[in-house]
Design a protein around this ligand. Sequence first.
Ligand code: APR
Length: 251
Amino acid sequence: MDGGLGALRERVQAAQRIVVLTGAGMSAESGIPTFRDTLTGLWSRFDPMQLASEAGFRAHPQRVWNWYAERRLGVRAAQPNPGHLALGGFAQRHPGRLTVVTQNVDDLHQRAGNPDTIRLHGDILEDRWLDPCPRRCGSACDTKGAAPGEPPRCRDCSNLVRPGVVWFGEDLPLGALSAAEAAADRAELMLVVGTSGAVWPAAGLAARARRAGAWVAIVNPDETEIDGDAHQLVRGTAARVLPGLLSDATA
Ligand code: APR
């Protein structure tokens, strides 16, 4: 391995508390489009405020619901790539040494062997009610019989079902953010994989880990907005770099 990767591998082997912050690039080699990559990114084809916001959903529930339904199909069809499998394999071989914090809403880390992945932006496969139930139907809210393609709506109180993801302008799940911050504060090593560093507070976790004394390495084929927070930049993709970085074999 070249000097940079060889030295980083030694850090992985020595570290007892490793945090891996991932973004959409982690799942790119599983066929799930990123958001900001110019040619393939979702935001180059769709307006995020129209599709990934509560206002956008309230204005056009069916359009947004269909967009998420299409993305859900893609997530269900996708398979963990060698990068996910390298992280899951390491976590299985070395319980308690590696924590994954993801901005991704797919379930590929969990399927690859990191069941306790900290999810900052929710879960695209989960449904939630749009409003607190006005008639207190609560769990009795009944969406059976929703027309295909229509966002499911409670037949009694007409509450809409929305995807269980964090939309622009919404707070992150409090437990997830505090768990991610606590992991960054304890980390000896942080790997930042496949994120542009464009969205806060997730993007601030690299600088937070560095302030707490962690060695921070970014794995990304391109520049990111948080390259300045890293000690080391590894220009490569998740599926190509992580297997060698996380294997136990002595190089
Ligand atoms: N391996 C590693 N990195 C990759 C790969 C790959 N195979 N392919 C692309 N990348 C990098 C790109 O260079 C880019 O830096 O992944 C990054 C993807 O950036 P974004 O599309 O901005 O995705 P992300 O950083 O996860 O976005 C953060 O923004 O839209 C919101 O909620 C959404 O969670 C998302 C958040």
